[in-house]
Design a binder for this molecule. Structure first.
Ligand code: PHE
Length: 455
C-alpha cells in the first residue's frame, strides 16, 4: 500500500491483498445496507436476484477491474489514460473519483452513527435512535471524527495498522454475528422473518427491485468506482487474481447473507416494518442485545467491530480519490488527504442533517414528488440511490465496455493469466461475460429504470 514518501507500494503478500480487498468489500454495505434494501425491496425475491447479480455480473466484472489495475499499476483515471491517452474514456475514471467522494460523504455519516453506538449506552442512554440521528451536535462531530480516522489511516498507509488488525477482528465479527443469529432466530415470532427472507414472492419484483439488487451487489463488492482497480494496482504480477478475487466475493456475500439472518427474524419478532430504511439495523440490533445476558457489553463490542469494518471500507473510498491526486496531479499525499477530507465533510453535511434535523432534507418530496427518487425520500437515502446505486452501475457499464472492447479482452486475458492457472475454456467464458453479458445486462437494467422515470 502506498505510504507517505513512497507514493506507490505493493501488498506484502496475497493474504495482505485479500484482507485489504475484503476489508474494502465488507462493511456497512453488508450489515447496514443489505438488510435495509432487502427490507424495502420485498425480501427473498430480492435476495435471489442479488445472488444472481453477484455470480453472473459482479464476479466476472471484479476480475476486469483487478486486471486493469494490476496491468497499469495506476488509479482509475491513470489506468485508462495509460491505455488510451487523450481519449474521452479518461472521463470514466473521473466518474469513479467523483463517485468515491460522494459515497464517502454519506457512508461516513452512517459510520459515525455506528461509532457513536459503541458508547451510546454510556453517553446517550436516554436517547432513542430517532433522536440520536436527529441531534446535529451528536451526528456532526461523529461524522467528522470518523472522516478524521479515515484520513489518518489513508495518510499513514494501510498495511501497518488496519491490515494487521483485520486478521483478528474480522473473524471476531463473524463469531459475534453467529451468536446474534442464534439469538434472533430463537425469538418468538422469528419464523415470519425467516419466511420474509427465504420464501421468494416474485410478484413483488419490479424494475426498481432489479436495479436495487444490481446496485447493492456492486456496492457490497466495492465495484463500479475503481476501488478494485486501485487495490489491484498494488497487486504483484505473481499473485493469482482469480483465486484472490473469488475469496473476496465469497466472503463478502456470506457476510451479507448472515446479516439478513440476524436482522429479519428480529424485525418481525418485534413487529417492526422491514421497509423502515437506513434506520432499520440501528433500531433492531439494540433490541437483540437487550435480549442477551451482558447485552450492553456485547452491543458495544459489536458496534466497535462494525466501526472497524466500516473504516476499512471508507479507507478504500478515500484511497481511490487520493491515489488520483497523488498520481495524476502530483499532489503530496498530505495535501490530497486534507483537501479531499475537507471537501467530503462539506458534501456530507446535508446527509448528516437529513434524518430529522432539517425538514426539507429529511423529506425531499417537494423536489421529487410523492414517490421520491428510486423510492427514497430523505437526502441521505437519495444520495445512496444516486451514487451507491446508479453511479456504480453506470461506472461498471462503462468500465466493462472499456475492458471488453477498447483495451480488448485478449490483452485483459493475458494479464488475467499471469500468476493464475485458468483453463482456456474458463478464460473464454470470462471474456464472453466481460464483453457481452456485463454491459448488455447492466444497460438493460438501467434503461428500464430511466424509462420508468421518463414515463
Ligand atoms: N463495499 C463497501 C461496503 O460494503 C462500500 C464501498 C463501496 C467501498 C464502494 C468502496 C467502494 O461497505
Amino acid at each position: 500500500m502506498a505510504t507517505p514518501g513512497t507514493d506507490r507500494g505493493q501488498w506484502g503478500s496475497r493474504i495482505g491483498f485479500i484482507l485489504a480487498a475484503a476489508g474494502s468489500a465488507v462493511g456497512l454495505g453488508n450489515i447496514w445496507r443489505f438488510p435495509y434494501i432487502t427490507g424495502q425491496s420485498g425480501g427473498a425475491a430480492f435476495v435471489v436476484i442479488y445472488l444472481i447479480c453477484v455470480a453472473l455480473i459482479c464476479v466476472p466484472y471484479l476480475f476486469a477491474e483487478l486486471v486493469l489495475g494490476r496491468h497499469t499499476q495506476k488509479n482509475p483515471v491513470g489506468a485508462i489514460r495509460a491505455l488510451r491517452p487523450g481519449s474521452p474514456w479518461v472521463w470514466v475514471g473521473g466518474l469513479c473519483v467523483i463517485t468515491g467522494v460522494f459515497i464517502l460523504s454519506y457512508y461516513a455519516v452512517i459510520a459515525g452513527w455506528t461509532f457513536g453506538y459503541i458508547f451510546k449506552n454510556l453517553l446517550f442512554a436516554h436517547l432513542d435512535f430517532g433522536h440520536f440521528i436527529a441531534s446535529p451536535w451528536i451526528v456532526m462531530p461523529l461524522f467528522a471524527l470518523f472522516l478524521g480516522l479515515t484520513m489518518l489511516v489513508v495518510f499513514g498507509g494501510v498495511e501497518e495498522g488496519i491490515e494487521r488488525w483485520s486478521k483478528v477482528l474480522m473473524p471476531l465479527l463473524i463469531l459475534l454475528m453467529v451468536v446474534l443469529i442464534v439469538r434472533a432466530v430463537t425469538l418468538p415470532g422469528a419464523e415470519k422473518g425467516l419466511a420474509f427472507y427465504l420464501k421468494p414472492d416474485f410478484s413483488k419484483v419490479t424494475g426498481e427491485v432489479i436495479v436495487a439488487a444490481l446496485g447493492q451487489a456492486f456496492f457490497s463488492l466495492s465495484l463500479g468506482m475503481g476501488a478494485m482497480i486501485t487495490y489491484g494496482s498494488y497487486l504483484s504480477r505473481r499473485e493469482n487474481v482469480v483465486v484472490a478475487g473469488s475469496y473476496v466475493a465469497l466472503f463478502d456475500t456470506l457476510i451479507a447473507l448472515m446479516a439478513g439472518f440476524m436482522i429479519f427474524p428480529a424485525v418481525f419478532a418485534a413487529g417492526h416494518d422491514p421497509a423502515s430504511g437506513p434506520a432499520l439495523v440501528f433500531i433492531v440490533l439494540p433490541e437483540i442485545f437487550q435480549a442477551l445476558p451482558l447485552g450492553n457489553l456485547i452491543g458495544a463490542l459489536f458496534f466497535l467491530l462494525l466501526s472497524i469494518a466500516a473504516l476499512t471500507s471508507t479507507v478504500s473510498l478515500l484511497e481511490v480519490v487520493v491515489a488520483y491526486f497523488v498520481d495524476e496531479r502530483r499532489w503530496s499525499r498530505k495535501k490530497s488527504v486534507w483537501t479531499v477530507g475537507a471537501l467530503t465533510f462539506v458534501i456530507g453535511l446535508p446527509s448528516a442533517l437529513s434524518q430529522g434535523t432539517v425538514a426539507g432534507l429529511s423529506n425531499m418530496d417537494w423536489l421529487f414528488g410523492p414517490d421520491g427518487l428510486l423510492g427514497q425520500h430523505d437526502f441521505l437515502s437519495i444520495m445512496d440511490a444516486i451514487w451507491g446505486n446508479l453511479a456504480l452501475a453506470l461506472g461498471a457499464l462503462l468500465i466493462s465496455i472499456f475492458v471488453g472492447w477498447v483495451w480488448g479482452v485478449e490483452r485483459a486475458a493475458e494479464e488475467l493469466r499471469l500468476g493464475s492457472r485458468v483453463s482456456p475454456g474458463l478464460v473464454r467464458l470470462w471474456q464472453f461475460f466481460v464483453r457481452y453479458i456485463c454491459p448488455v445486462v447492466i444497460f438493460i437494467i438501467l434503461m428500464n429504470v430511466f424509462r420508468g422515470y421518463l414515463g
